[in-house]
Design a protein around this ligand. Structure first.
Ligand SMILES: [Zn+2]
Length: 135
């Protein structure tokens, strides 16, 4: 993690650099915890309120700090959470869905049952004409 704080010509305190961390996240496939590398490039100016933030040049994001105190860890955490993938997949070779789809063992029987059903329907079908219901 390398973030430099400095004061610019307008006496704004700015922070820029790259935040990097490894976050333990649950894999979306196997639901095992997996260490996901996350990085976020930041370029912010520390401001006292949203109004001050509105005056910033476009390349600076406002970082609103209340009571002149910056909770660096909370900020870093927020940035990294925003940068983290929403549904990561792990890279382990054994990554498998935790719920296996049921193997289809009934295919042959199912087909036969379906054919039987079709024949029954054909037999029951006395004719395509409607029985005169409604006009
Ligand atoms: Zn996985």
């Amino acid at each position: 993690m390398a973030v430099a704080f400095s004061e610019d010509a307008q006496r704004r305190v700015t922070a820029h650099g790259r935040l990097q961390a490894t976050l333990p996240m649950a894999c979306r496939v196997c639901e095992q915890r997996s260490d996901v590398p996350v990085s976020s490039d930041v370029q912010v100016a520390i401001v006292a309120n949203e109004d001050d933030g509105a005056d910033l040049p476009r390349d600076l994001e406002p970082l609103v700090v209340q009571d002149d105190r910056l909770d660096v860890m909370a900020w870093v955490e927020d940035e990294l959470i925003l940068a983290a993938p929403v549904a990561p997949a792990c890279v382990r070779a054994a990554c498998q869905p935790s719920v296996q789809p049921e193997p289809d063992r009934t295919e042959a029987g199912g087909k036969r049952a379906f054919a039987g059903l079709k024949r029954m329907m054909d037999d029951a079908d006395g004719g395509d004409e409607s029985s005169g219901r409604g006009e």
